[in-house]
Design a binder for this molecule. Structure first.
Ligand SMILES: NC(=O)c1ccc[n+]([C@@H]2O[C@H](COP(=O)([O-])OP(=O)(O)OC[C@H]3O[C@@H](n4cnc5c(N)ncnc54)[C@H](OP(=O)(O)O)[C@@H]3O)[C@@H](O)[C@H]2O)c1
Length: 281
């Protein structure tokens, strides 16, 4: 990775930038490509996508358009639970790589646990993708403590990360403890609670001290926790830049604790009935 203002974490021999651009809600067409390219030109070196989002084509185009060498960018994609069977999984990975016009991704995730396909089969397909060189690192998403315990036991390769919902309005202590126990990094998705935290008076008050926005304080609080990576989504250049501008101030212990108390709001933004596991409360 070249030097840039975004810090990284090195884990299992791989170095992942602690801030990535989420691309789930990106508008179609040239605008998305333009935003992804803008993020990369501004200093982002990490893009989060998934087969399910329909944004992989734009990620590929955005990377090309940015002119930043492929090897300097961390790209994560995911295979949905509909493709949990090994053949389907392999096909999904191939489709993702073709869509992005890439030979490999830096991180490949099982997007959601499957309710029907044995975890061992999907993990086998995940490992195979790594062995075949399509993914440098592998991991899971939306895995609970119990699912992580199972996955670590069943997987023949070391898992790199669990990606799950985490922001100032949800307490994820249990899943975070399990990640630490199993030596997994943590990607915090919907780090702004899909906008839910953006009216919070405590975050606003703390932001005024540092001349930072509510979003920046919420993101900073996440990044000051050990082993975390954040992937905020934003659909304007201003917000993409704003969300990167969080590495020049530091919250003190009292401010960190005040924000941690907001987790009692107990707000879960992503909770699809058709695929959610039994969450750790
Ligand atoms: N693994 C999973 O199952 C999973 C599930 C959900 C999401 N994700 C990942 O997480 C990423 C982020 O999630 P998300 O985009 O849904 O939620 P989010 O990052 O929590 O919030 C995005 C919302 O906040 C707004 N926003 C962004 N920056 C802002 C700023 N500086 N000031 C004010 N508003 C701001 C955005 O507005 P605009 O868009 O209008 O700019 C958008 O409405 C996704 O793109 C995806 O990559 C993963």
């Amino acid at each position: 990775m070249p030097e840039n203002s975004i810090p990284s974490l090195t884990h299992n021999g791989a170095t992942i930038p602690r801030l990535g651009l989420g691309t789930m809600a990106h508008p179609e067409s040239d605008k998305a490509v333009n935003l992804i390219s803008h993020a990369l030109k501004s200093g982002y070196r990490h893009i989060d996508t998934a087969r399910k989002y329909g944004s992989e084509e734009w990620v590929g185009e955005g990377v090309k358009d940015s002119g930043i060498p492929r090897e300097d960018i961390w790209i994560t994609t995911k295979v949905t639970e509909d493709n949990a069977k090994s053949d389907d999984f392999a096909r999904s990975v191939e489709t993702s790589l073709n869509a992005m016009q890439l030979d490999y991704v830096d991180l490949l995730l099982i997007h959601w646990p499957s309710r029907t396909v044995p975890l061992e089969e999907t993990l086998g397909a995940l490992v195979k993708a790594k062995e075949e060189g399509y993914a440098k690192n592998i991991g899971v998403s939306n895995f609970t403590v119990n699912l992580m315990d199972q996955a670590v036991k069943l997987c023949s390769e070391k898992l790199f990360i669990n990606q799950f919902e985490y922001h100032a309005y949800i307490n994820q202590n249990k899943v975070m403890e399990a990640c630490k126990k199993h030596d997994l990094l943590m990607t915090c998705y919907v780090p702004l609670g899909r906008g839910k935290i953006l009216q919070d008076p405590i975050l606003k008050e703390i932001g005024e001290i540092y001349d930072k926005s509510i979003a920046q304080v919420g993101l900073r609080w996440l990044i000051q926790q050990q082993g975390t990576i954040i992937i905020p989504g934003a659909r304007s250049k201003n917000r993409i830049d704003e969300n990167m501008n969080i590495f020049d101030f530091e919250l003190n212990d009292d401010e960190m604790n005040k924000i941690s108390k907001l987790r009692s709001n107990n707000y879960r933004a992503v909770n699809p009935e058709v695929r959610r596991p039994v969450w750790d409360e």
